[in-house]
Write a protein that binds this ligand. Structure first.
Ligand code: FE2
Length: 192
């Protein structure tokens, strides 16, 4: 049985309103959890991890709901109302500087690719096995795990992530998200 993650914070205001957080976590993510549990019951996917399901399921409802749970878990757990680290350090910072020149240049490309993704989906920072980083634009529930890559950082660009707060202004929402990214969590995903 998959369960809804408990958020390690009570609020992310003013970057994400409490109303958006409540709907996004308590309704949208909870819905994916309940749907996946009913879809996999009595199938070969029952008892498998999200990663195993994502790697093995064909395109369709099982893949979509497993993907959305994994994606949202990584999304919600990378935030903190007061981040313990407001910028990457160490190996992750060095790699970003090697590939993009500066952190600001990376952030600008990440925001642009999130803003430019047509329709619903996710923009990801992902790592290859040798440590090389890449930015992925993934439609729907797609994610780096489905492509053999390690997920490091993600922005949800489904309208449910921002419409109550910013209406159609996706770019404004994405720019604000950097304020609550806990780079310590992101770094741990890269260096583990
Ligand atoms: Fe979402």
């Amino acid at each position: 049985m998959f369960t809804l993650i408990t958020l390690p914070y009570a609020s992310l205001e003013p970057v994400i309103s409490d109303r958006t957080l409540s709907f996004h976590h308590g309704k949208h993510l909870n819905g994916y959890v309940n749907t996946l549990n009913s879809l996999v019951a009595g199938t070969p996917f029952e008892g498998k991890s999200l990663e195993e399901i994502i790697s093995g399921a064909p395109a369709g409802p099982v893949f979509n709901n497993a993907g959305q749970i994994l994606n949202h878990n990584l999304y919600f757990l990378q935030f903190a109302p007061v981040p313990s680290s407001q910028a990457p350090t160490g190996r992750l910072l060095a790699r970003i500087q090697q590939q993009w020149g500066t952190l600001e240049a990376f952030q600008a490309e990440f925001e642009a690719k999130g803003t430019g993704l047509f329709g619903s989906g996710w923009v990801w920072l992902a790592a290859k096995a040798d440590g090389e980083l890449c930015i992925l634009q993934c439609p729907g529930a797609d994610n780096p795990v489905a492509h053999g890559l390690r997920p490091i950082l993600t922005f949800d660009v489904w309208e449910h992530a921002y419409y109550l707060d910013h209406q159609n202004l996706r770019a404004a929402h994405l720019k604000a998200l950097w304020q609550i990214i806990d780079w310590k969590v992101v770094e741990e995903r890269y260096t583990k």
